[in-house]
Design a protein around this ligand. Structure first.
Ligand code: XLS
Ligand code: NI
Ligand code: NI
Length: 433
């Protein structure tokens, strides 16, 4: 045991009346919701990068946190892993997620970085055996080091493409070894700063072939998890190629990957793309590519990816509503790709940020289940489309326009508009919260 979280107890469910800061008021892992334990619905994950690796820097200032594992050594990496699993134990989260760079020191060469990763993966593997938390997803950090500044797979330099391919290979190996349930590719610097120096067509083709190679390798090693793309419209680059769910779907179709790859949808990225979170989830579900979520919000004024913990259960409820309507997660989960603010220095801040996020999600999920189970919302939706069940309605879709025109004239068709009932439905949403 390290002493990093000394005096912080394991967080237990105490109910909404509890005044204990170190307790869940809404997240009760064993509570049954729609025939499934709450823990198995939500499938929470802690993000290694924000909680353990990020040091509190921002564009105006350097690190604000001081943690004993901030050093580029294997000893420090092991200490970080020890603290990570202590954190997962305190929270009782069933999962975590990490990039290669979060967990291992960068080597001087690719081979050294690879060795470092393999060594820490073995160490983390023994931790997984002794602790509850398992790997939700692994990923490669192909955006921090300067070699990635012009992209990874979309880089104009084929040597960077090679380095990226080799990097993802090692991270897929690591994810397989740790039994990871998914592998995520977030675009990082796959985008452009200016069209003046960018060959869009070529970069898109490179990105498509790269993803095919990733899928081919995943099959080759017998990785049974889900490969996920995480859409984002901008930041760090001015324009990210994986703009939003629809864009990613078009890209997957183009490269024949729509049955192989799904999406990991982040709340803040959806907002940056000018959508709502629930819009992105519903779109993915409709296209058959919903996979997982990153549950971190942006500050609505700042216009960038602030990665804050969720604290608005009304918003979260409609997101989970779409997830439940889609049948819930299979391999996916609720990853807190969220970080505490840079003034939140204390170990307790780190724990309580997650407690608040988990409670917010639990309230949202409970409301969402009630919305679905009680029925009036879905009944209203079905009633709205009921005309399509009438005789002849669907048959029309197979008819030429002139036949339809004749039917409109012969039957004197004269459609009468009906209320969309939006406010009444919003009142229902409010009622279930
Ligand atoms: C950045 C992304 C990143 C991915 C993992 O905005 O959210 O954190 O989730 O690479
Ligand atoms: Ni993000
Ligand atoms: Ni993310």
């Amino acid at each position: 045991m390290t002493d990093f979280f000394k005096n912080i107890p394991q967080i237990k469910y105490e109910g909404p009346e509890s005044t204990n800061e170190f307790a869940f008021r809404h997240y009760d892992p064993d509570e049954e919701i729609l025939g499934k334990r709450m823990e198995d619905h939500l499938r929470f994950a802690v993000a290694y990068w924000h909680s353990l690796a990020w040091q509190g820097g921002d564009p105006f200032g350097g690190p604000t946190f001081e943690r004993p594992w901030y050093a580029d050594t294997m000893d420090a990496a092991r200490l970080k892993a020890d603290v990570a699993f202590e954190m997962f134990d305190i929270l009782g989260t069933p999962f975590y997620a990490f990039h290669d760079l979060d967990a291992r020191p960068e080597g001087k060469t690719f081979a050294e970085s690879k060795r470092n990763l393999e060594e820490i993966v073995d160490y983390i593997g023994t931790k997984q055996t002794d602790h509850k938390a398992k790997l939700l997803w692994g990923t490669a950090n192909m955006f921090t080091h300067r070699r990635w500044m012009a992209g990874a797979a979309t880089n104009p330099d084929p040597e960077v493409y090679a380095y990226a391919a080799a990097t993802v290979k090692t991270c897929l190996d690591a994810t397989l070894k740790l039994g990871g349930q998914n592998y995520v590719l977030w675009g990082g610097r796959e985008g452009y700063e200016t069209l003046l120096n960018t060959d869009l067509k070529r970069e898109r083709a490179q990105a498509g072939r790269f993803l095919q190679q990733v899928v081919e390798y995943a099959h080759k090693i017998g990785f049974k998890g889900t490969i996920l793309i995480e859409p984002k419209p901008q930041e760090p680059s001015k324009h990210q190629y994986d703009y939003d769910v629809s864009t990613v779907y078009g890209f997957l179709k183009d490269f024949g990957l729509e049955k192989e790859v799904k999406v990991n949808i982040e709340q803040g990225h959806a907002i940056l793309a000018g959508h709502s979170f629930e819009h992105e989830i519903a779109t993915a579900a409709a296209l058959g590519i919903f996979g997982s979520i990153d549950m971190n919000r942006n500050d609505y004024q700042s216009g960038w990816d602030t990665d804050q913990f969720p604290n608005n259960h009304a918003e979260v409820a409609v997101a989970y509503y779409e997830i439940l309507r889609a049948g819930g997660y299979t391999t996916g989960g609720t990853n807190f790709d969220a970080k505490v603010r840079r003034q939140s220095l204390d170990p307790a801040d780190l724990i309580l940020a997650h407690v608040g996020g988990m409670d917010t999600c639990a309230r949202g999920l409970r409301a969402a289940a009630y919305m679905l189970e009680d029925g009036p919302l879905e009944a209203a939706r079905n009633a709205r489309y009921a005309g399509w069940d009438r005789e002849g309605a669907k048959a029309m879709l197979a008819q030429p326009l002139d036949v339809i025109e004749k039917a409109v004239i012969d039957n004197n068709i004269n459609p009468q508009p009906r209320s969309g009932r939006q406010e009444r439905l919003e009142n229902l949403w409010n009622h279930y919260l």
